[in-house]
Design a protein around this ligand. Structure first.
Ligand SMILES: CSCCC(=O)/C(O)=C/O
Ligand SMILES: [Fe+2]
Ligand code: NI
Length: 187
């Protein structure tokens, strides 16, 4: 189940407000300019599927987004808990950063946790299969996949060069909850 927790940026220990209904999550995120939608993710793809398989399965959605919203590049992150580089891949996204383009991600399997630092608040969004999130350019954020990653996400870029991050140097991400491994993947 998708989940939004909203913290005060200065008070990571204080219990956050929590939303678990998709409409509530979308409404709260829309207030701060973040896109959150539920899409059909009905192709039988498991984490670990290749980029080619994922792109072929979602070709029509990808083509439509590229045509209608002007994306120039697409790639896929597809990870399962035994990936040999999982620790390094997790580390890559764990510190606060921004991008000079919107971060648009469609989760076609599994789950991952985006945390957005907007003004005085921190929005921690657990995205699950079927969720599309669009984080505006310049938004400070980080992403966790847990120590046992289990997800397939399609990434769309307006920049032809794909993923480029600007790290803020802040340690704020260390103070907020990390993603817990999905129960069904913890063997
Ligand atoms: C779920 S896609 C991988 C994370 C990513 O691309 C990013 O920029 C996280 O902030
Ligand atoms: Fe990012
Ligand atoms: Ni600190």
């Amino acid at each position: 189940m998708s989940r939004l927790r909203i913290f005060n940026a200065e008070q990571p220990q204080t219990p956050p407000s929590i939303h678990q209904e998709h409409a509530d999550i979308a409404r709260e995120l829309a207030k701060v300019g973040v896109r959150f939608e539920q899409w059909e993710a009905n192709q039988p793809l498991a984490p670990g599927a290749s980029q080619e398989e994922v792109i072929a399965a979602y070709r029509s959605d990808i083509d439509r987004l590229m045509r209608e919203e002007g994306y120039q590049a697409v790639d896929v992150i597809s990870l399962k808990p035994d990936h040999p580089d999982r620790a390094a891949l997790r580390q890559k996204f764990l510190s606060e950063h921004t991008h000079s383009e919107d971060e648009v991600r469609f989760f076609v399997a599994g789950a991952g946790q985006f945390t957005l630092h907007i003004g005085d608040a921190v929005y921690d969004v657990l995205c699950e299969q079927g969720d599309l999130i669009g984080v505006p350019d310049g938004t400070r954020h980080w992403f966790d996949m847990s120590e046992a990653p289990y997800f397939v996400a399609i990434r769309l870029f307006t920049n032809k060069d794909g993923w480029v991050a600007n790290f803020t140097g802040s340690d704020i991400a260390q103070h907020f909850p990390r993603m817990q491994p999905l129960a069904f993947t913890a063997a």
